[in-house]
Design a binder for this molecule. Structure first.
Ligand code: S0N
Length: 279
């Protein structure tokens, strides 16, 4: 799965690996002994890495994946699940208070103004399944398996895990996925529009990198705006807020907006008369 691109690792992480190459950031959940289940520490590190990728103007596409060939991610680490959330090694957890901090990561993936691609080998299950649903695109290996387990293990994700899934595969199929907790293979996932393509496991990274390279040839601002526009419909006021922020950013970049700023700084009346009142 490697060798198609010269990844350069950086950052000081225990539960994830952060690598970059050719304008692509690859973030790998690195807990293969538990099928890449996440604990609070994993999520803190993922959030940090996604922020690094967001702030790096060299990075145009982010890949999220799991270490090894057996799992993308198996969701919350059930072995450290307390009575009110997941217990970690941080100050909050040491008070015996659990965390449900994957929701922050889901929002972060949705808000990241660059395409995020899930590269899935093996299991994408439970909260791990929701993570790939939140990503913009999913490239699946032929050994990938998808499903929710909530009603089996005593949890559910009524947010993106429910309605974004329904938006992706339709209401009836989303209900089936949650109510029956079945697993679906890669071809079934492709047929229901849950993934974008399926490739042999040995070609997974090459294919994902090829998709990323194709996006990197496109206008970064156009990609940012189209991601914001698609998400705005389903994210309601929060989505509109982000899309409106992007509109403000584009306006700031215009001479018309800069005339307002310059007039204020120069203590003169702004001259907006030279700008067209567009039809
Ligand atoms: C993935 C499955 C089907 C694979 O089965 P297989 O191949 O038989 O392997 P196993 O022997 O079961 O697994 C190998 C080792 O990995 C451990 N392991 C696997 N998954 C987990 C896990 N999630 N947590 C901890 N350990 C895990 C196994 O125990 C085994 O190790 P050993 O041999 O040492 O015991 C199968 O493994 C499976 O079904 N896994 C559990 C999947 C699951 O139920 N995940 C949790 C679902 N719930 C969530 O993710 C929470 C949702 C959530 O995140 C959330 C939602 C809304 C609001 C907040 C939150 C939040 O939590 O923040």
């Amino acid at each position: 799965m490697s060798g198609v691109i010269a990844w350069k690792p950086s950052g000081d992480y225990t539960d994830i690996v952060y690598e970059t190459a050719e304008g692509i950031a690859k973030i790998t959940i690195n807990r293969p002994e538990v099928h890449n289940a996440f604990r609070p520490q994993t999520l803190f590190e993922l959030q940090h890495a996604f922020n690094v990728a967001r702030d790096d103007s060299e990075v145009g596409v982010v890949i999220l994946t799991g270490a090894g060939e057996r799992a993308f991610c198996s969701g919350g680490d059930q072995k450290i699940r307390g009575d009110d959330g997941y217990l970690g090694d941080d100050a909050v957890a040491r008070q015996g208070i659990g965390r449900l901090n994957v929701l922050d990561l889901q929002v972060q993936i949705r808000r990241l103004p660059k395409p995020v691609v899930a590269m899935v080998a093996g299991y994408a299950i439970g909260g791990g399944h929701v993570l790939h649903v939140c990503c913009d695109l999913t490239i699946a290996a032929d050994n990938a398996r998808f499903g929710q387990t909530g009603p089996k293990v005593g949890s559910f994700d009524g947010g993106y895990g429910a309605w974004l899934l329904a938006e992706t595969v339709g209401l009836k199929k989303a209900r089936e996925i949650w109510y029956l907790c079945r697993q679906y293979d890669a071809q079934e996932a492709l047929a229901m529009g849950l993934v974008n393509t399926v490739v042999p496991l040995a070609e997974l990274e090459a294919e994902t990198v090829a998709w990323a390279r194709e996006m990197l040839e496109k206008s970064p601002l156009a990609l940012r705006m189209i991601k914001g526009a698609i998400n705005a419909v389903s994210d309601g006021a929060a989505g509109m807020q982000q899309f409106a922020g992007d509109a403000t950013m584009l306006y700031y970049m215009s001479e018309e907006a800069q005339e307002g700023r310059d007039a204020f700084k120069e203590k003169r009346r702004p001259d907006f008369g030279r700008f067209p009142r567009r039809p």
